[in-house]
Design a protein around this ligand. Structure first.
Ligand code: TLP
Length: 349
């Protein structure tokens, strides 16, 4: 039995059109800059984000790491949210590999960092303190519930950063989910930032890869950092080919995932002991919690769901993350909702 896998949109496998494009891809040595498919993908990405240039990297984690390393020197400080992917889930790479200090400010439930907190966190010019070099935001914000940051807020942060002589980076792993949800272009969401990374291998279904976008000189520095990290790939055109199909065909359809996430959330709404987080789902992720009267933890529920062929994320003892993606159709929504109801009924007494 193939499971209905709602743990993440990273589980998405390439579509038949992607596999076909991969098989037929024109390739070259990308470390020499000679892979036509990679070059085409990078040009598309730069255009879609409204930046001068782009660079293909193996993962979102490397995209954020290489961007931050290219913006900062050892001993500089980057401001991140305390629920940011870069802070929580990137194995401390910026510190371990770059000697970059992070200042974590509270992420509010809507994924933003309060401007007054940013203000208070800027370091004075003082040899005792690491200079604040960069502010990094995330859109959609994963751990805050897949919520969307508005362009107005992003401009507010960018203008503040500019006044302070600080750079800005956006972890836009799911920027297209944010753009589709707002009904605007990804370019509009990327515009305030000096650099943006976005992922092909999440809701867009490509098997591998992320793009870093920014100014030409920044991308030249990132290219060197990517080499230092061992991320310079050779005939990467086979991967880029899937990415091109992803950008051409998978962006507009994201609204379907958002609608299915809503439908699934509605079905789960009154399930025993389950409380949907306010506003959830904002995009393709449902966040729900077990109430304090529930006799079991999310881990136990996940085990029972798995026996019924459904997988969801137990991201905390009482908190689930349920992610809808291309391979989840209406039937999968029904099956998953029924399994949830059955398991919760069974485990609650
Ligand atoms: N996130 C993964 C896990 O690491 C949590 C997921 O399942 O959602 N930025 C954001 C906002 C992300 O959510 C992720 C992946 C990344 C960066 C890293 O991307 P990869 O996995 O390609 O390194």
């Amino acid at each position: 039995m193939k499971t209905i896998d709602l743990r993440s949109d990273t589980v998405t496998e390439p579509t038949p059109a992607m596999r076909e494009a991969m098989a037929r891809a024109e390739v070259g040595d990308d470390v020499y800059g000679e892979d036509p498919s990679v070059n085409h993908l990078q040009a598309m990405a730069a255009e879609m984000m409204g930046k001068e240039a782009a660079l293909f990297v193996p993962s979102g984690t490397m995209g954020n790491l290489a961007s931050i390393l290219a913006h900062c020197q050892r001993g500089d400080e980057v401001i991140v949210g305390d629920k940011a992917h870069t802070f929580l889930y990137e194995a401390g790479g910026i510190s371990a590999l770059g000697g970059i200090h992070s200042c974590q400010l509270p992420n509010q439930p809507d994924g933003t960092i309060a401007i007054e907190h940013l203000h208070a966190a800027i370091r004075p010019k003082d040899i005792h303190q690491p200079p604040t070099r960069l502010i990094a935001l995330e859109n959609t914000h994963n751990r805050c519930g897949g919520v969307v940051l508005s362009p107005e807020y992003c401009w507010q942060v960018a203008e503040f950063a500019k006044e302070q002589g600080i750079l800005t980076h956006l972890d836009g792993a799911r920027i297209f989910n944010a753009a589709v949800s707002l009904g605007i272009s990804a370019k509009e969401l990327a515009e305030p930032f000096d650099s943006v990374t976005f992922c092909l291998s999440k809701a867009l279904c490509a098997p591998v890869g992320s793009l870093i976008c920014g100014s030409q000189p920044f991308i030249e520095r990132v290219r060197r950092v990517r080499k230092q990290l061992g991320g310079g790939m050779r005939q990467a055109g086979v991967l880029a080919a899937a990415g091109i199909v992803a950008l051409e065909t998978m962006v507009d359809r994201l609204a379907e995932d958002h609608a299915r996430a809503k439908r699934l959330a509605e079905k789960l709404n009154s399930a025993p002991h389950l409380i949907l987080e306010p506003g959830s789902p904002a995009t393709n992720m449902i966040f729900a919690q077990l109430d304090s009267g529930c006799p079991v933890t999310t881990k136990k529920v996940c085990e029972a769901l798995k026996e019924r062929g459904v997988q969801v994320g137990a991201i905390e003892p009482h908190r689930f993350r349920i992610v809808v993606h291309y391979w989840i159709d209406d039937n999968a929504v029904d099956v998953a909702a029924n399994a949830f109801w059955e398991v919760l009924k069974e485990l609650s007494h």
